[in-house]
Design a protein around this ligand. Structure first.
Ligand code: PGA
Length: 257
């Protein structure tokens, strides 16, 4: 972590928690976290769509210092897309971050790099920040293809993204084999891939922009391993799935020392 990049630790609740459970979890988090914890690292919660309004109301009413994130978005502003949610709808709920390109969306819902790029652009166009997820499968890693896969995902995700937008992006490096498996990447390995992500951004934009972009690690982050990830100079935070469902565990991750 350099001085200029504020750490960002985000809870990705995936398809867990009703709006009532979400309220409880955020309330509990607010008792567990000190003001300084949320100053040192930016804390973001990404509940399911059905809980966004409830969590937003709680954050507003109690003036909680947490960012609200959504887990997905459709690239079009409106139209005949039954079941989808658009970026203007999220922006109206004061959503600040939107996860795009999560490997579960790519693998289970067939989302490709072009679709991820459209989503990222829609998020930027509506004044929000995408958390762009990239990462390799175990087969790709074992075949030595990690770098080419991740670099390509980054190049495609940022296609036609203006520098003033790209500078604000958050990227999550999430090796797919580490997600929900209990098997986290080695911080040094993850740091190397994050450095490659910055090199790819530097090629596409410039070195200063790349140095300013925050890159998280994601994949089996827990209270017991967060410190090692945060200690790596390239890694600026974490995108946390399973361990974020429990407020106590997530609070320990946010405190990370
Ligand atoms: P995990 O999920 O922490 O449960 O591995 C991370 C993610 O999918 O963002």
């Amino acid at each position: 972590m350099t001085q200029e990049r504020r750490p960002i630790i985000a809870a990705n609740w995936k398809m867990h928690k009703t709006h009532l459970e979400a309220i409880q979890a955020v309330q509990k988090l607010s008792y567990l976290l000190e003001k300084e914890d949320a100053e040192r690292a930016e804390v973001v919660v990404c509940p399911p769509f059905t809980a966004l309004r409830a969590v937003q109301t709680l954050i507003d009413a109690d003036k909680l210092p947490y960012g609200l994130g959504a887990q997905n978005v459709h690239p079009e502003d409106h139209g005949a897309f039954t079941g989808e949610i658009s970026a203007p709808m999220l922006a109206a709920l004061k959503v600040r971050y939107v996860i795009v390109g999560h490997s579960e969306r790519r693998q289970l819902f067939g989302e490709d790099d072009l679709f991820v790029n459209k989503k990222a652009r829609a998020v930027f166009a509506n004044g929000m920040t995408p958390i762009v997820c990239v990462g390799e499968t175990l087969d790709e890693r074992e075949a030595g293809g990690t770098e080419s896969k991740v670099a390509q995902q980054i190049r495609r995700a940022f296609d036609n993204v203006a520098p003033e937008h790209a500078a604000k992006a958050v990227i999550a490096y999430e090796p797919i084999w580490a997600i929900g498996t209990g098997r986290n990447a080695e911080p040094a390995d993850a740091g190397q891939v994050v450095a490659l992500i910055r090199a790819t951004l530097a090629e596409r934009y410039d070195a200063a922009l790349a140095q300013g972009v925050r890159v998280q690690y994601g994949g089996s982050v827990k209270p017991g391993n967060i410190r090692d990830f945060m200690a790596h100079p390239e890694i600026d935070g974490a995108l946390v799935g399973g361990a974020s469902l429990d407020a106590e565990e997530f609070a320990l991750i946010v405190k990370y020392r």
